[in-house]
Every structure is written in structure tokens, then in C-alpha cells.
Design a protein around this ligand. Structure first.
Ligand SMILES: [Zn+2]
Length: 313
């Protein structure tokens, strides 16, 4: 019994979920909604260090999931999307803390030397600074608006360039704008990535699919502490499956692996509300107009959270 209690006490710590963070621009006041200043970055990194978080390469998390092993406590992975030139003003901080990172590359921008973006040569150099490079589409389009053929062409064109210029294959993929649906996900899976990353609020747990890894997009002066408390809510989303054609959301239905009687439901621009859970099922009827073309539907029970993204085609 004593051993059992000790095991229970330890398991609170041992079975914490991993968290993946996403940055875009650094020290670039022109775009406050995607920018992180170095003072903030230092605060965030110091917080991770002071609180004994281990910043691991993304591959380490993917390996644990593939090997069906328990994720160690307090693992964090850092990712950066787009390959903005402004990263050069922050890369020394990553080196100073010894934090590995994955940079997701927008191939067209690197190929065409867009002024705000790193070119292939500069991207390649990031590998010696603890960076792993990966693919973030050719044209950075809104992928749910492309046909399957257009989408496949974007992958083919972008990956061919990526492999030719960088001399390696991309292990991972992240969706431009974090926007996807089942079709986009299934096409992305055809290209042999070992993980695919979204931009949904949530953690990564032992049962997470490597093809649907949650990431918190960080902007401004975001504190990491409240985000690191989130754990995975094991949820199977039943409705809505896609963005409603008439823009009206009429029902949210999901099966939760939880004995909770209540959950909190959030919908972008419609806010939070309490919903009932009956035998693990949320079945909530409503009739409200969605306001944005990209909507996150979130269910939360205590610290556990699951997000479904709906994107208007
Ligand atoms: Zn992007």
C-alpha cells in the first residue's frame, strides 16, 4: 500500500504532458501580433530554466510517441515558423541557453530572397546553432482553399526545392496559419513526414498522434506558466466536423475520456460557456453565427484541454 501511495504521488509529476511553443518574428515592432521581443524571450527561457523544464529537440518527443513510451516530465520543444530574418537577432539567446529549436521554412520566400526572410544559405547555417530545419509549404497558401491537386503540387514543388537547396529531407511539417481540415491532413501525410504540427491550444500526451501535435503560438509578453499547466483532454470530436456551410454553428458534440459532469466550451468570438457531460459525451445544441473564417472550438475540463479548428474554405 505504501508503495502504491508513493507511486500515486510520483505519478502526478511523472505523467505531465509535453508542450510545444511556436514563435514567428523577433524584435520586430512592425508586426506586434506575431512578434517576441528579446526581453520577453529571456524571461520565458529563464522561467523554463528556473523551473527545471528540459527543452528537447522536437524529434525527442516524436520518438517517445512512436515508441509508445511515457513522455518524461517537463519536456518542452521550441519551434519557429516562416524563417523570418529577424530570427538572427534572437538566435544567440537560444545558443546561450542551449535550447534546440525547429525552424519551419517557407520555401518560396527562401528561394526568391524575399527581403524579410532568411535565404537557403542562412537557413542552413542555423543547423550549427542547434537548429533543425523543416518544411512549411512552398507558397504559404491557405491550404483548405486549395484542391487536392493544387495542394499536392505545393508539397512537391516546395519539397523538391527544400531537398535540393538544403541537402536533406524534412522530418516535420507545420501548416501555414495552422489551418487544416481532414483533407489537408491526409494529403500532408502522403509526403512521409514523421510529425505534423498545428497551432491549436493544448499539450502533447502519450496518446497524442505525431500527425496532429498541438502548439501554443506565442506573441507579445505571454507568460509560459499558465500554458505549461495544460494537459491533454482525450476527446473525440464528432460535431462539427468542418466549418458549417451557412456559418451557423448548431451543435458541438464530442466524446471525452473523462468522468467529469461538466466541461467548459469556448468558441472563437462567442466566448466560454459551461456544458454538461453525460457518460463522457458532450452534446450541446446552439444556434449562433460564427464571426471569423478561422474558428477554434475548445473543450476544457480542469487543466485538460482539447481544440478543434474550423476553417472556412
Ligand atoms: Zn507560417
Amino acid at each position: 500500500m505504501r508503495h502504491f501511495l508513493l507511486f500515486c504521488a510520483l505519478s502526478v509529476y511523472l505523467f505531465a504532458d509535453a508542450h510545444i511553443f511556436l514563435y514567428h518574428r523577433f524584435n520586430d515592432d512592425r508586426y506586434p501580433s506575431t512578434n517576441t521581443q528579446n526581453e520577453t524571450l529571456r524571461k520565458q527561457f529563464q522561467f523554463l530554466k528556473d523551473n527545471n523544464y528540459t527543452v528537447v529537440p522536437l524529434q525527442a518527443i516524436v520518438d517517445k510517441l512512436n515508441q509508445n513510451e511515457t513522455l518524461p516530465d517537463k519536456w518542452v520543444a521550441l519551434t519557429i515558423d516562416d524563417g523570418y530574418r529577424s530570427f538572427l537577432s534572437a538566435v544567440d539567446m537560444f545558443k546561450e541557453f542551449g535550447y534546440p529549436f525547429t525552424m519551419f521554412v517557407y520555401s518560396q520566400a527562401a528561394e526568391k530572397n524575399y527581403p524579410d526572410f532568411l535565404n537557403w544559405e542562412e537557413l542552413k547555417k542555423l543547423e550549427s546553432a542547434g537548429g533543425t530545419l523543416s518544411f512549411h509549404s512552398y507558397a504559404h497558401s491557405r491550404q483548405t482553399r486549395l484542391s487536392k491537386d493544387e495542394l499536392r503540387d505545393d508539397f512537391k514543388k516546395g519539397l523538391e526545392l527544400y531537398e535540393k537547396r538544403l541537402g536533406s529531407k524534412s522530418a516535420f511539417y507545420s501548416y501555414p496559419y495552422g489551418e487544416f481540415n481532414d483533407e489537408v491532413q491526409s494529403v500532408a501525410k502522403e509526403f512521409g513526414f514523421s510529425a505534423i504540427l498545428n497551432q491549436n491550444i493544448g499539450a502533447v500526451g502519450d496518446k497524442s498522434s505525431p500527425y496532429d501535435l498541438n502548439r501554443f503560438a506565442l506573441t507579445g509578453d505571454t507568460a509560459l506558466k499558465p500554458l505549461l499547466k495544460y494537459k491533454v483532454l482525450d476527446a473525440q470530436w464528432l460535431e462539427p466536423k468542418t466549418y458549417p456551410a451557412n456559418g451557423n454553428i448548431t451543435k458541438v458534440e464530442a466524446k471525452l475520456n473523462s468522468s467529469a459532469k461538466k466541461a467548459q466550451l469556448y468558441i472563437t468570438d462567442l466566448g466560454w460557456r459551461d456544458v454538461e457531460v453525460k457518460d463522457g459525451l458532450v452534446s450541446y445544441e446552439m444556434n449562433e453565427k460564427l464571426k471569423k473564417s478561422r474558428v477554434r472550438v475548445i473543450l476544457q475540463v480542469g487543466d485538460k484541454i482539447s481544440t478543434k479548428i474550423l476553417v472556412k474554405d
